[in-house]
Design a binder for this molecule. Structure first.
Ligand SMILES: Nc1ncnc2c1ncn2[C@@H]1O[C@H](COP(=O)(O)OP(=O)(O)OP(=O)(O)O)[C@@H](O)[C@H]1O
Length: 260
């Protein structure tokens, strides 16, 4: 059991450089246990880099990360047991079938074959993939691939789920089903962190949110606090800036008098 009084994730002074580029810059973030936490920010803000370091996939240059009090980079195996990860753009072993892939993820985390078989069947049914369990993942659609990656993240029953762009390419019905699963996970005491560009969705779904830009947190807190009476999207644009008001170059307008 995890201690509900400790944050699910605590990040202090986290920094990562790629050459001259400072992707994550002294970032601080506290994610309360039991929260449904949204991470939003413009392209290149440092969300994926932050989540990769937080989940033990990429070593930080400096800073400290704790998952339920466990220092991620000092106790990597213990920390990884606590967290389920759906990474954006990481390749899966797609020459396995969906069922084999989830089984593989379950066996890797040390569960017995019987338990893994039962959980794999449950997860495939939960994610509407039961008829596709015998299909190679390489033949899955983008949305089905997201769902099977989510099943891999869930199979060891983590306390914290970290999902990078979980709704991208997922159809509306599957997206609603995934949201139900995540809501249930949070209601039962788990913590979910999602990064997403879908502001409406984050506003409706998440009870906490952080706006990140240029590797730093610009605003963080409950969704109500952060949006401060406005919509999350307007607040995001206010804080991050960068809106262009022009109509683009003349040649891009398709009216007949600009076609000459
Ligand atoms: N492996 C890498 N090598 C060099 N630069 C990188 C690498 N990974 C990320 N970056 C750079 O670090 C910055 C942050 O990237 P990151 O992918 O974390 O942003 P993001 O907020 O997830 O963006 P998006 O919303 O577009 O997915 C970007 O400028 C990116 O070009």
């Amino acid at each position: 059991m995890v201690d509900a009084h400790r944050p699910a994730l605590e990040i202090q002074g986290l920094t990562k450089r790629f050459g001259e580029k400072v992707a994550v810059n002294e970032l601080q973030l506290v994610v309360p246990t039991g929260s449904f936490y949204g991470l939003v920010g413009p392209n290149g803000a440092g969300k994926t880099t932050t989540l990769s370091m937080a989940t033990g996939l990429m070593r930080p240059d400096s800073g400290e990360i704790r998952i339920h009090g466990v220092n991620v980079w000092e106790s990597l195996v213990e920390a990884k047991r606590l967290v389920g990860v759906l990474s954006d753009g990481v390749r899966l072993f797609d020459r396995l079938t969906g069922a084999q892939l989830v089984t593989y993820a379950g066996l890797l985390s040390g569960m017995t074959r019987d338990v893994v078989a039962e959980r794999t069947a449950d997860l495939l049914a939960l994610l509407d993939l039961d008829t596709a369990g015998g299909t190679l993942v390489v033949d899955y659609s983008a949305g089905m691939t997201k769902k099977i990656a989510l099943a891999c993240a869930l199979v060891h029953a983590p306390s914290l789920l970290v999902l990078d762009e979980p709704f991208e390419s997922v159809d509306p019905v599957s997206s609603a089903n995934i949201r139900d699963i995540l809501d249930g996970f949070v209601r039962s005491g788990g913590t979910v962190i999602v990064s997403s560009h879908a502001m409406d969705l984050v506003q409706r779904m998440c009870d906490h949110v952080a706006i990140i830009a240029q590797g730093r947190v610009l605003a963080a807190g409950t969704t109500e606090e952060v949006r401060a009476g406005s919509t999350l999207e307007d607040r995001f644009v206010d804080l991050v800036g960068g809106r262009r008001h022009g109509e683009g170059p003349a040649w891009l307008r398709t009216s007949s008098d600009s076609a000459s």
